[in-house]
Design a protein around this ligand. Sequence first.
Ligand code: ASP
Length: 436
Amino acid sequence: MSLVHKLKSLDMQWKILIAIVLGLTLGLTLNQTVGPNVQEGPFFILKTLFQYGGDIFIRLLRMTIIPLVFASIFMSIVNLGNIRKLKRIGSVTVVYYLTTTALAVLVGMLLVNWIHPGRGIDPAAIEAMQIESVVPESVAAQGVGERSSLLIILDQLVDMIPKNPIQAMAKGNILQLIFYTIFFALIAATLGKEVEPVVRVIEGIDRIMHKFILVIMKIAPYCIFFLVTVLIMDLGFSVLGALGKYALTVLLGLIIHAGITLPILVLVFGKYNPIKLFKAVLPAVLTAWSTASSAATLPITMDCIEKKAGVDRKIGTFVLPLGATVNMDGTALYESVAVIFIAELLGFDLTIGTQMIIFVTATLAAIGAAAIPSAGLVTMGIVLTAAGLPLEGIGLILAIDRILDQFRTAVNVWGDSTAAVVVGRIEGAITELKQD
Ligand code: ASP
């Protein structure tokens, strides 16, 4: 088998890893030899071509956002609509999911605001990256001194209601789109059978968009190579330190959420030994880590929860599939850290109002994220756009996305498992013997 064939048959994570290593190597070499500000000659042409390569990838991701947000949030809400029949189970599950996701975002935001992984990068190097850094209206508007933060937040809340949903989509106003979609989906859920064809169509769009991401991911290694090369060529060594600190912030947040917050909830509300639960669902958590997909892991999670943790099947079959779609604590935490890191790196000052927007949209974006690899990367566009930050900022963190995806997916699946136990306990649906 030739080297090219061998490379082609590698798993996606290896391809991306190789792309990153090559990008880092070439970028650093160019940074040290040609320098970041090359304006002419073959290296300028090379850099420009690489920039196009990265731009194509960002554009492809961007063009999925509007239909993806609409279809995946719609399907989540319609699924929630079905759980009405399950009354108490439904409300306990939803409250648990929302609370844990919000707690995860909170942990992430506290950590990133404490550690500040994006500070201390040479501003000249960031300028050289040529990322579009025009101050977006929403950020500029917040700088107006006369209005109090409360009024600014209220303004933003009211502005979430779109005057025209088509305009909201065309303008890429994600917050308005989310509001409209929730409203639309709730009403569709109450109409049930009457609007079944509409639901089928949107379900189809949802599936297509998920497939879209998988297709786009096929060119990801090449584009990541281009992006990383240009990024490192411009930033030099300093970004390595910053990205390292950023990755550590995400990982520390994930460890706190998975190792402290969730176990406390399992202990207090689930009255279940969290270590025993962790051992029971470890195969699922490891599969999640390896595949970076909560959806692919779902059958194993359901099996572990029922057969090893002793939670009644009727709880697991409801709580876990719903959790795989809407409950993504790791993703939510990651998105909040990533967005604030990007803002710091690009020199944006985030007001309390913008931080609140990040808090809310990171929670919503995680709910709307598909349970497939890199979905969090795409829905992060929601948070960036809502916070008035350039979408191109995603390019800054692509380099280490895959490995962080694996850790956040593991936490997503662990979060779903804890929900099954807590809901199972409240419903009296846990077989004590199986806890041993
Ligand atoms: N890969 C994650 C999952 O499937 C979603 C994401 O954060 O990208 O749970």
